[in-house]
Write a protein that binds this ligand. Structure first.
Ligand code: PEP
Length: 261
């Protein structure tokens, strides 16, 4: 069975004091249940200090981005080597905010994924369509392009270190929209099928696919109970320990076998 995974993406939020407070509250509030993997991805400036706080806890450290080179003249960028040095295990790549606000292309994201996996990081690769694309019935086409151009050609041996986050843009942040559990499940099915065609049926079955887009303590059970929804990538509700930990609790509940009545 694929293990459930809850990842907090703090985006460009928190001060030093807030990062310390949040990381401490999450680390100390975690129940000792190892059925769910939990990670937080603070902004670059706080990785070292959050990493120190998380040491010895059940919460792993991740980054929100990287530059695909080991080192060099890349002003303002952060390398995979630096992330590993700071204790990161995970990196989020292809997030819609980087695709749409920072203009990252599928080819550039592909390069990042390859370099990150080569370096030994675990990649959380984000895909998802805009509202206009969904309304134009283009969801499958967009997912297909993002998967193929972002991942095709990756060595099979690295796939165990890759997971995918389906994040429809229209459901992210303060959009006011939420995907229904059925919409999430349907998109995950498309992603898994396509992944199986690109790589192999076997790798598709072991691939973890997370859902992201306004996940909160109220809708988490419904989403995480769906077959093929293996975790949640949480933005807004990862900025407070209470809702974030409540989502972790939902993931724990959804890993428990249903008792016969
Ligand atoms: C995200 O952008 O990764 C995200 C899931 O944000 P939110 O939970 O705020 O919708």
């Amino acid at each position: 069975m694929r293990q459930k995974f809850v990842i907090g993406n703090w985006k460009m939020h928190t001060t030093t004091a807030e990062a310390i407070h949040l990381a401490t509250a999450i680390a100390t509030g975690m129940v000792t249940d190892d059925s769910v993997t939990v990670a937080v991805c603070p902004p670059f400036p706080y990785l070292a200090l959050v990493g120190e706080i998380l040491k010895g806890s059940r919460v792993a450290l991740g980054a929100q981005n990287l530059y695909p080179a080991k080192e060099g003249a890349f002003t303002g960028e952060v390398s995979p080597t630096m992330l590993l040095d700071l204790g990161c295990r995970y990196v989020i790549l292809g997030h819609s905010e980087r695709r749409h606000i920072l203009g990252e292309s599928d080819a550039f994201i592909h390069h990042k994924v390859r370099v990150a996996l080569d370096a030994g990081l675990d990649v959380i690769f984000c895909v998802g369509e805009t509202l206009a694309e969904r309304q134009a019935d283009q969801t499958e086409t967009v997912l297909d392009r993002q998967l193929l151009q972002g991942l095709d050609g990756l060595p099979a041996a690295t796939l165990a270190h890759l997971s995918i986050a389906y994040e429809p843009l229209w459901a992210i942040g303060s959009s006011g929209h939420q995907a229904t559990p059925q919409q999430a499940q349907d998109a995950h099915t498309v992603i898994r099928q396509r992944f199986g065609q690109i790589f192999s049926e076997r790798s598709a079955q072991t691939l973890a696919i997370h859902y992201g887009g306004s996940v909160n303590p109220k809708n988490a059970d419904g989403l995480l109970s769906r077959p093929g929804v293996d975790g949640g990538l949480i933005g807004g509700d990862s900025l407070n320990a209470e809702p974030f930990l409540a989502i972790v609790q939902a993931a724990i509940r959804q890993t428990q076998p249903v008792e016969a009545v």
